[in-house]
Design a protein. Structure first.
Length: 275
């Protein structure tokens, strides 16, 4: 009895929160993915696997396989991966630069980094239209990449900065005393200490970039439609909630598979080292 009370006093509230706002909605959406979309934009019976067939490219109406979803999914992974790589190239040295400043300057730089969050995300994306329009870059893939890097680079910098703050610089001095060249000294003494923050930053950048639809919809147009745009359209204009639910579960499965793969490679600590 005492164990049950301790559970509800400690883990109970968090468990109930996750169950009510994560597990239950996910199960509802899973159930929707097996329902039928009617002509009046309604959802009902009979139960069917047609939505999942469409997800994997089978068109039941014409009884043929298509690669449309595969192309959109590949484009989404490619754009999210490239955006993440650009965030790494920009954010990794920026995190070191901020961490090596004095306290007053460091606080100022961190404030400048998070100030954009004080403004609505949609407004900030629309502002890029005004900036890029004179250069005739809207709509385009370049504008989409620029918008994604602008939106997600703070999510990469902050966890890397947290890791840089904990670096034991004596290891770098020891490597230099032993005759290691600057690059080798950095890669053997400093880089491994920033790896948890680097992995956390990559995950916090790649996952939202993979599912985003606002940036690509506003700055990219129809030619750069991503899987997030496809899902948003099913729940919006098309009103095909069962198909949208199946697409959402496909995207969710990809993300969870990636996290599970990392947890297995990370050993016993798994994702705990990223907290």
């Amino acid at each position: 009895m005492l164990t049950v009370r301790r559970f509800f006093a400690t883990l109970g509230p968090g468990t109930l929160w996750l169950a009510a706002f994560l597990i239950v909605p996910a199960l509802v959406m899973l159930g929707y993915s097996f329902l039928t979309h009617t002509d009046l934009a309604q959802v009902g019976g009979p139960w069917t696997l047609e939505n999942w067939g469409r997800v994997f490219g089978y068109d039941a109406l014409f009884q043929e396989w298509t690669a449309d979803n595969a192309r959109v999914l590949w484009r989404s992974v490619w754009v999210a991966g490239l955006s993440t790589a650009l965030c790494v190239l920009m954010g990794y040295p920026l995190a070191f630069y901020i961490a090596r400043q004095d306290a007053r300057r460091k606080n100022l730089l961190l404030l400048l980094l998070i100030i954009p969050f004080w403004t609505n995300f949609l407004i900030r994306v629309y502002a890029w239209i005004l900036i890029l329009r004179p250069f005739d870059l809207v709509p385009s893939l370049s504008a989409t990449l620029l918008g994604m890097v602008y939106a997600f680079v703070p999510f990469f910098v902050l966890p890397v900065y947290s890791s840089v703050e904990k670096i034991d610089w004596r290891l770098l001095e020891a490597a230099q005393d032993l005759g290691a060249p600057p690059l080798r000294a950095f890669m053997t003494a400093v880089f491994p200490q920033t790896l948890p923050g680097l992995v956390a930053g990559v995950l916090l950048t790649f996952i939202p970039a993979l599912g985003t639809f606002v940036v690509s919809d506003i700055l990219g147009g129809a030619k750069t439609a991503l899987v997030g745009n496809l899902i948003q359209n099913q729940f919006g204009q098309a009103g095909d909630w069962p198909y949208g639910s199946a697409l959402s579960f496909l995207l969710m499965g990809m993300v969870l598979l990636g996290l599970w793969s990392y947890a297995r490679r990370a050993g016993q600590k798994g994702l705990e080292e990223l907290v």
